[in-house]
Every structure is written in structure tokens, then in C-alpha cells.
Ligand binder design. Sequence first.
Ligand SMILES: Cc1ncc(COP(=O)(O)O)c(C=O)c1O
Length: 477
Amino acid sequence: MDLLETLRYYHDSGACPMHMPGHKRADLGGELPWQLDITEIDGFDNLHDAQGILKESMDRAARLYGADRSFFLVNGSTCGILAGICAAARPGDTVLLPRGCHKSVYHALELRDLVPVYLPVPADPCTGAAGSLPPETAAQALAEHPEAKLIIVTSPTYEGVVSDIAAITALAHRAGVPVLVDEAHGAHLGFSPAFPGGAVAAGADIVVQSLHKTLPSLTQTALVHWHRGAVDGEELARQLAVFETSSPSYLLMGSMDRCVRLLAARGGELFAAYEAHLAAFDDAVRDLRHLRVLCHGGDSLRDHPDFFAFDPGKLVLCTRGTSLTGPGLMDILRKTYQIELEMALENYALAMTSICDTRESLLRLAGALREIDRQVTPAPPAGPVAPPPLPPRRMGMLEARRRAGALLPLEEAVGHVSGGMVWAYPPGVPLLVPGEEVTEALCRTLRQMEMSGIVLHGEKCDPPRTLLVLKSEQWKT
Ligand SMILES: Cc1ncc(COP(=O)(O)O)c(C=O)c1O
């Protein structure tokens, strides 16, 4: 019996629940599976000290991915990233990372008062999306920063760009530095030769994956995998207890258990079908004249020398050089074709696919793209695709937060140090973090992003109209 069947069996046994949760498994409405929602009662183990049914289930996940130990996460990759970074780095340590990391990475840097060294990654000329982290860049940073205690890599990125984790890990390990891979978007990698391999197989020390993003598992479910060696596994478990609830949902854990079992039993067959559906999509979009689908149809990995590898499950619909923007394309697909995409940025819109997509759903998207492609016209690309230069870092995030206090209109904020974070969501990658100086180039980018329909978010401010900065008497360059 898997975990969900065991929950059902327990409910059907008629045991009287004199314990949490307060709904007592009463049927309070047909929409929710109240009957299966329990807490850590006899026979159901304890996530934070797993010895029984949950340990077996997590061990199964470790075997599937080839990790020494795997942990269920019920608070998404976010809590695995927070716990992983806090387990691997001590307060004040230096960490190496590309700037395009998710917010949760920056939250960990802030909590630990870590000193970031940003590793430059090339921008894809078609979309402006970040390319792979070149191993040579990692090697150079490791040589220049012998004090570094951790390297963090996002692979694949939201857009599906994969880095050479095996090469980066070999270099980092030679320098005695552990590697944490944010593989939130890559839990499905490595199950078929048509997909790049995953970071666990590539030897990374800690790998965090959102099962919910790319595999059939409920929202919030994720895994953190650990390899014996550079990071203390007990410290990782302790940090998970800091960041993760002490009342994990058995429904979420049951869905992870089922997902892992499904992949173990039928992964090969499911991925073979998925591959065939993607191949049909590729054929259908091969003749697009204006729109381009990265590494699909008439476009291939060879056209993107800055990509080490690419996840074919991501359909990055590039609008650059056409009369459309990414948000514009997303809007047409929604309103005219009832196709809802994952996100859009200035030059592209992103469709995410999975083993649960059908040939029909992929061909429906391809058909819509062909029709739209016939209607769009070529247009000179607006603005450079390269991201603006990194804002100069003037102080640590923690200190900047302590000193934040003034809300300024965008133009007046130039030259001040930011007291908060600004990001577009999705993808949740910060454009400005506390302690960085607000520059003219950044302001231009924020305005340009808003004009192309991208929704910007900020802490205690309303970008791009206002930004939170340090109290003006404290810092102005
Ligand atoms: C690259 C990346 N890492 C981490 C996360 C956080 O994942 P979760 O939503 O599972 O907490 C996200 C979420 O979008 C992400 O895009």
C-alpha cells in the first residue's frame, strides 16, 4: 500500500480521532479530501525524525534519484533552499552564485548575512534569458575567492537552460567547496535520454527540486537530495526543522510518495510518450516565420552556444523581432485560444509542459502559434536583450534593511542605496536587492519592463514608481 492508500485504510478502520487536525476527518464538503488529512499518529511516522513509513518513502525517492538521502518538503523548494544554504554556509561566509537566482536564495543570504560574489552568465541573444554558467567562470571565481564556502547554481533555469553541473561540481570539489543546485524546475530531468541529466547524478552536494513544478504532484511538494561528503547531513535535517512546519500535510506527502512510485514503475513509458508529443509539437512549429520556439522546431541547441544543454519540456516562445511582446503573445493565447501560459517577459512567453500533457494539448498550442505567426509582422527589436549592468553593492543586505526608511520616486532614488528587494513575478528573480545602489540603467530597465506589461513587485514600495531606500542622510553616493 502506498501512503495515500494507507491513509484511506486508516480512515476506514473507524479509529476515533482524539487528536489534531481539528476537522476530525468530518466530511465538511465534497471538494476536499478531509478523510485522508491526519497528523503524526501511531503508525504514520514523523517527518522530522522519520523511522517508518515516511522514511521508507523518502528512501525510495533517494533511490530513484541516486542520492544518499532525500527529504520530503511540504513548503516547496523555498524551504529546501533556505535550509540547504544555511546548512552549508556559516554567518558571514562568501558564496558564489549567478545573479539570476530565485528570491529564496537571496532570503537565505540575508538570514545568514552571507557575502555574495556574482558570477556573470551570458545572455541569450534571442530572448535575453540567462545562459548556462560556464565552468570556466566558476573556475575563475573559485581561484579568485579562496575564501568562498559554497557555490549555488540554478539549473535548469525557469526557461530550461541547463548548466554543466558535473564540470562545475568537479572544479568546486577540487577547491573544497560544496555545490548547491537549485533544480526547482528540473525534478523531471534524467528520466529519458531526450532530457539532460539531473544534478544529483552529476554529483552536486545538495539538490533542491520542486516536484510540483514539472511532475504530477500537489502544489508545495518538493525534495531536497543530499550527497555524503562536503555538507553535514544532520545539519541539513536540523535546518529543515527550522524552516519547515512541524505539522506537515500527509496529503502533500502522499502525493510525493505516489509521484515517486509512478516514476519508478512507469517513468520510461511515460517519458517516451512525452518525448513523442514534443516531437509532434516540433514538427508542427518547424515552419514558423516570425515567432521562434527556443531549441524546438527550426531552432536548435546549436543556435545557442551559451546553453550547455536545454530542457525540451520548456517551450520558450520568442517574440523578439516581431510586432508582439512576450506579455502580448501570452494575452492573445489566453483570450483567443484559451491557452494559459506560465509567464512572460519582454521578449518571450513560457509554456511549461510535463508528462501529463497530451499530444492534443501540444498540437493545440502549435496550431495557435502558427495562426498568430501568420498575423504578426517583423519589427525592429526594441532595446538591448542584455540585462542592465549589476547595480554596485554598497553594503550587506541585513545592514541595508536595518537602515531602510525613505520611500522615493524612481528618478530621485538614483544614487541612493536600496533598502528592499525589487523583482518581477514570475520569475521571482530580484532586479535589485537591499544594499545595492539604484542606478540610472536599472531605472530604465524597470520602466521598460513595466511598459511591456511585466508586473513588478517590491517590498514596501511600488516599483517602478517608488523605491525603498536608506534614510537619505545615511547614504547617497
Ligand atoms: C528557480 C526557482 N527556484 C526556487 C523556486 C521556489 O520554488 P517553490 O515555489 O517550490 O518554493 C522557484 C519558484 O518559482 C524558482 O523559479
